[in-house]
Design a protein around this ligand. Structure first.
Ligand code: AMP
Length: 355
């Protein structure tokens, strides 16, 4: 069923992804209502309504559910119990299942391997002694990653030699984790797809992603030959993941391009930083197609509008140069309206089409 324009879309989470979702929704005539606990909410600045409450606040969630026509999330660390609570009275897309798999690195890796995907070699780590056993099995260099709440390189510690184990274990506060072999890759890339309520799927041309300090720095196209040779298989895996999850909306799968083939890294059950270039670089942005999927509208084409596209994140103090970016006619500038440019904080991005 198509949700008519004028309806209200609830968004759990209030960051820049919610902000860009709300702007895409507004273009199609929908209103957004943001639910998030933080004082500063970039998404609320451009939304019709906001509920500032904790994700565990059942009364606030119930009132939110009654005020909106469909719910989505822009942040995957929402408690699936909160999503199930909402889903009793209002449709939530994607569903709790997508959330549960994507927010636990162990469940995610098992799920993807079950579907035939290849990941970096990994071992579950639940104790300090378990870490030693894992290092013995995986070898070094390796990366210790918390199972939950990791993003932008947080909740991770590198282990270059067995002697680093104590420091790594302390760095992740002894949380349930996995130890992953450090794989040699030539590039990183992401498959961003959108699945509609009737199961139709579109995917965007695949960008290569450059990370600095665990944080995405740039996403660009065209991609090197090695990545091009792997995209068909990567897209096929991402589509299977979306289908098996019964996922509705945008799903992002990140991959390592290794010389001996692709390795799945991780997924996000949502619009993704590596898809920000789609706002200007594609016939339809990831944000618009996500809104379309939520509202039961047909998805639109995702063709590139320029053979060359580059999105660069403005992180921390980068955004202090806003007047230079805004004065450059070649740049599409997006600033998220965040106050303080703390190190590592995503403040905005710029997209360049063409050379
Ligand atoms: P993640 O949060 O798992 O995406 O990790 C952040 C970044 O760390 C990735 O984008 C890679 O650049 C790097 N990284 C993560 N896992 C591995 C791995 N197993 N081998 C090599 N590099 C990795």
């Amino acid at each position: 069923m198509m949700l008519p324009p004028g309806s209200t879309i609830g968004i759990l989470g209030g960051g820049q992804l919610g902000r860009m979702l709300a702007m895409a929704a507004a273009a199609l005539g929908y209103r957004c209502h943001v639910f998030a606990p933080e004082a500063e909410l970039p998404a609320a600045d451009v939304s019709a309504a906001v509920t500032r409450a904790d994700y565990a606040d059942r009364a606030a969630l119930s009132a939110f559910a009654a005020a909106v026509d469909v719910v989505t999330f822009e942040w995957e660390n929402v408690d699936p119990a909160a999503v199930r609570h909402l889903a009793q009275t209002v449709p939530v897309h994607p569903g709790a299942h997508s959330l549960e798999v994507a927010q636990d690195r162990l469940a995610e890796k098992q799920f993807v391997e079950w579907l035939g995907g290849r990941t970096a070699p990994w071992v579950q780590v639940d104790s300090r002694a378990g870490l030693d056993e894992a290092i013995a099995r995986i070898g070094t260099p390796a990366i210790l990653k918390t199972r939950r709440f990791g993003y932008d390189g947080k909740g991770q510690a590198r282990i270059m030699a067995a002697g680093d184990a104590d420091a790594a274990w302390d760095a992740i506060d002894g949380q349930p984790a996995i130890l992953e072999a450090m794989v040699k890759f030539a590039n990183e890339y992401s498959v961003i797809l959108c699945r509609s309520q009737d199961g139709a799927m579109v995917h965007w041309p695949v960008p290569v992603n450059l990370h600095k300090g665990g944080i995405l720095a740039t996403s660009s196209l065209p991609v090197p030959v090695l990545v091009r040779s792997q995209t068909e298989a990567a897209v096929a895996l991402a589509r299977t993941i979306a289908e098996k999850l019964g996922h509705i909306g945008v799903l992002t799968c990140e991959f390592f391009a290794c010389m001996d083939g692709l390795r799945f890294n991780e997924m996000a059950p949502r619009v993704h930083n590596s898809g920000h270039w789609t706002i200007e670089g594609s016939a339809t942005s990831q944000f618009e197609n996500h809104i379309r999927a939520l509202c039961g509208l047909p998805l639109r084409p995702t063709d590139l509008v320029s053979p060359q596209v580059e999105m660069t994140n403005l992180i921390g103090a980068d955004a202090d140069d806003w007047s230079r970016f805004l004065s450059d006619p070649a740049l599409h500038v997006h600033l998220y309206g965040k106050g303080e440019g703390r190190p590592g904080r995503k403040m905005g991005h710029v997209t360049r089409l063409g050379k």
